[in-house]
Design a protein around this ligand. Structure first.
Ligand SMILES: NC(=O)c1ccc[n+]([C@@H]2O[C@H](COP(=O)([O-])OP(=O)(O)OC[C@H]3O[C@@H](n4cnc5c(N)ncnc54)[C@H](OP(=O)(O)O)[C@@H]3O)[C@@H](O)[C@H]2O)c1
Length: 328
């Protein structure tokens, strides 16, 4: 059943069926917002979205007419779609160019009063990786559009349904192996997905952050190996740590992806892991006035049995931290 939203401000979410998208939709709907989810026909997140009190708009972001229809009556846009599973740089570049152009046009026609976008930290028009360069160009297009915008540039996110930490947990539970790709020394600043959603919700209305590009991350700088160690320690399972060359992990990922399996790190994820993604430890506090959750607290929350995002809790029985804040 399509919910009736007449008279309420509509928020359009792209990439709504993805990892971050589901968390965003769930919080918006829970807050009583009218939400329209733009997702591709056949999106794996479609079934979950159909069960939410949100409007589902099936379409492609490179289709200007479809995007214009999706933007009709919309007051704000949260643009999260990104082809992280696409390995061809030219296709990624084309997606970012076309999707941003179509959405910016649609947003102008609908006179939206805020356009939010989430990018990976490190993106920019002079970044080394083509993926990050094309994201940088998309950001630049939005900044020059004259639309009121907020861009969050985020470090690695974790939470129910995430790829990296969920993958570390899955692999460890199934095989007892803790795999460290490359040196394991890449610096990360893991940020709990619920905290990114809180930033987005504030960015929808807070004038303090209007027309800004804001780097965000969690409250710790950790190497990849430290992240893996902390997660493994929490699970308290017997484990064998294996250091594999970046090349071997890349080969295994491609092999598994070729078989239609879900490796814990895909090609793009590995590529992005080569780039350190950290910012100031107080970045969230300064821009959004709250303290983000440390890794172990967030992972404890992630492990608590819960089925509300269409992704099973990883390991039933894990203790929920006593410091967990109820409002999330
Ligand atoms: N996860 C992180 O750690 C992280 C860190 C920094 C920044 N970000 C940014 O946050 C945003 C959301 O990330 P995520 O982790 O939620 O990614 P995700 O789980 O891979 O979801 C991406 C979404 O984009 C959609 N999409 C992919 N290719 C598309 C295409 N060609 N046309 C239309 N839609 C397409 C997917 O649609 P389908 O449902 O149809 O597949 C999916 O819903 C991205 O912009 C990402 O760069 C993420």
């Amino acid at each position: 059943m399509v919910p009736a939203f007449r008279g309420r401000h509509m928020i359009l979410v792209t990439g709504a069926g993805g990892f971050l998208g589901r968390h965003v939709v769930r919080r918006l709907v829970g807050a009583g917002e009218a939400v329209r989810c733009l997702c591709r026909p056949g999106s794996p997140g479609g079934d979950w979205l159909r069960g939410q009190s949100a409007e589902l708009f099936s379409g492609h972001l490179h289709d200007p007419d479809g995007v214009a229809r999706a933007c009709r009556g919309v007051r704000q846009i949260i643009h999260l779609a990104s082809p992280i599973l696409e390995v061809r740089d030219a296709v990624v570049e084309q997606f970012h160019r076309q999707a941003t152009a179509c959405l910016v046009d649609g947003a102008r026609r609908a006179c939206v009063d805020r356009f939010l976008m989430v990018s990976p930290l490190g993106c920019g028009t002079s970044a080394d990786l083509p993926f990050l360069r094309s994201r940088g160009a998309a950001e630049e297009h939005l900044r020059k559009s004259g639309l009121p915008y907020v861009i969050l540039q985020s470090s690695l996110m974790f939470g129910a349904g995430d790829r990296l930490i969920g993958g570390i947990i899955r692999l460890l539970c199934r095989t007892g192996l803790l795999v460290i790709p490359g040196t394991g020394k890449t610096m990360l600043q893991p940020v709990w997905v619920g905290d990114i959603v809180s930033c987005l919700l504030r960015a929808l209305r807070d004038d303090k952050v209007a027309d800004r590009t804001i780097p965000v991350g969690g409250p710790q700088h950790l190497t990849y190996e430290e992240v893996a160690d902390q997660v493994a320690k929490m699970l308290n399972l017997p484990r064998v740590k294996v250091h594999l060359s970046r090349r071997t992990v890349g080969w295994a990922s491609r092999f598994l992806e070729g078989l239609g399996r879900n490796p814990f790190l895909g090609y793009r994820h590995l590529e992005l892991l080569d780039v350190g993604t950290i910012t100031a430890l107080d970045a969230v506090k300064r821009a959004f006035d709250f303290q983000p959750m440390p890794l172990v607290e967030g992972v404890a929350y992630q492990l608590a049995p819960r089925q509300d995002l269409g992704v099973a809790a990883r390991r039933p029985g894990a203790e929920r931290s006593s410091r967990m804040r109820g409002h999330r």
